[in-house]
Design a protein around this ligand. Structure first.
Ligand SMILES: Cc1cc2nc3c(=O)[nH]c(=O)nc-3n(C[C@H](O)[C@H](O)[C@H](O)COP(=O)(O)OP(=O)(O)OC[C@H]3O[C@@H](n4cnc5c(N)ncnc54)[C@H](O)[C@@H]3O)c2cc1C
Length: 335
């Protein structure tokens, strides 16, 4: 076994998981968080750390990364153990002395025992969609990026952004004050899916020589000696090939995400992507297993940070009541 038995295992360190850790810790429950990414913060940290969020209670306008840092400060203040880089594999039950425990195993070899489990896995473990270029993995960490986590990483670099959605357009605009112009914006279709106003802004920047819009184009090859220095781009209409200088190739093609192994634990699902819960308690059909946040489904569910945080409070308080054989009794945090 990896570590001690805890009261609650929390699967997923997004905003809902961190909120569950807060509510559990506040009630003196011991907590372990298991997270497949090497970072906490879920979708917020992985997909929009440098965008502003306006609708989280108490924060009229806050950067995604700042929100995650505050959620972590709040959620981890009671000393929850955090296991990063571990993807859940199996869930078993074992009888130990006079209690029944859950054992969560991970693909990385972790065996974690707890009295209950709160699944806050969002859309599941997610991976970026990758370019269909041979050997693209070889260039990861050498100039290929799937996220923009810190703009400074791109300071004064020549940059090619691939994608046709909001993220590609947002970062073409958002990196204007950082990278060496022009940013080449490469999209395989002739029209963008992004907001019209962003596309228009990119077109204006193109007239000023700060963006080069390359539609009906695809990256075919990556060149460099140790680190990327250029990419070959094909215009799929004319068949023309062009080598474009590129020290940072940012591909923003969305994510694959899947609940994966979680669907094999006997949990009743709501649609294909959510675990069915009783919204009064956030219990699933599997005893001692709760779910909260984007992964939890019931009629009328809205997938927002604030909603997930509220569900996390319900799940944590119900898990604690169940473990302790008490009535559900939230305690105010004021002192
Ligand atoms: C571009 C964008 C903008 C958004 N803007 C807003 C907004 O303005 N306001 C708002 O309220 N919401 C917004 N959202 C939605 C919001 O981000 C989600 O509702 C929120 O992140 C859900 O939090 P969560 O903790 O439930 O799940 P997530 O944030 O998805 O976190 C789940 C975590 O669980 C981990 N995990 C999953 N499966 C496993 C596994 N098998 N093993 C281990 N770990 C696992 C994942 O790696 C992830 O870190 C936005 C979403 C996107 C994509």
């Amino acid at each position: 076994m990896s570590g001690d038995t805890v009261d609650i295992t929390i699967l997923g360190a997004g905003p809902s998981g961190l909120a569950a850790a807060y509510y559990a810790g506040h009630r003196d429950a011991t907590v372990r968080i298991v997270e497949s990414l090497e970072q906490i913060g879920g979708q917020v940290a992985a997909t929009y750390p440098e965008k502003h969020v306006y609708d989280v209670a108490g924060h009229p306008k806050i950067l995604g990364q700042k929100l995650v840092e505050l959620c972590a400060e709040q959620g981890l203040q009671y000393g929850a153990e955090v296991r990063l880089g571990e993807e859940a594999a199996t869930l078993e039950r074992v009888a130990e002395e006079d209690e029944e425990l859950l054992v969560l195993t991970t693909k990385q070899g972790g065996h974690y025992r707890s009295r209950s489990l709160i699944i806050t896995a969002g859309h599941g473990a997610f991976e970026p969609r990758k370019l269909g270029v041979e050997d693209v993995e070889r260039w990861e960490g050498r100039g290929v990026h799937y996220f923009v986590r810190q703009k400074e990483l791109f300071r004064d670099r020549t940059c090619v952004i691939v994608g046709g959605g909001d993220s590609a357009l947002d970062w073409t605009l958002g990196l204007q004050d950082t990278v060496r112009p022009p940013i080449a914006l490469v999209h395989r279709r002739d029209r963008f899916r992004a907001l019209e106003s962003s596309v228009n802004e990119a077109k204006e920047l193109e007239s000023a020589g700060r963006v080069r819009i390359m539609t009906s184009c695809e990256v075919r090859e990556i060149h460099g000696d140790g680190h990327i220095s250029a990419v070959t781009i094909e215009n799929t209409t004319s068949g023309e090939l062009e080598q474009v200088p590129c020290e940072a190739l940012i591909t923003l093609l969305g994510f694959h995400s899947h609940l994966g192994a979680i669907t094999e634990w006997g949990l009743e699902l709501e649609g294909k992507r959510q675990i069915k819960v009783n919204p009064m308690t956030m219990e699933t059909n599997v005893p001692r297993v709760f779910a909260a946040g984007d992964v939890a489904g019931y009629p009328g569910k809205i997938t927002l940070i604030t909603v997930g945080m509220g569900e996390a409070a319900i799940a944590a308080n119900n898990a604690i009541a169940l473990i302790r054989g008490e009535k559900v009794q939230p305690k105010y945090s004021t002192d």
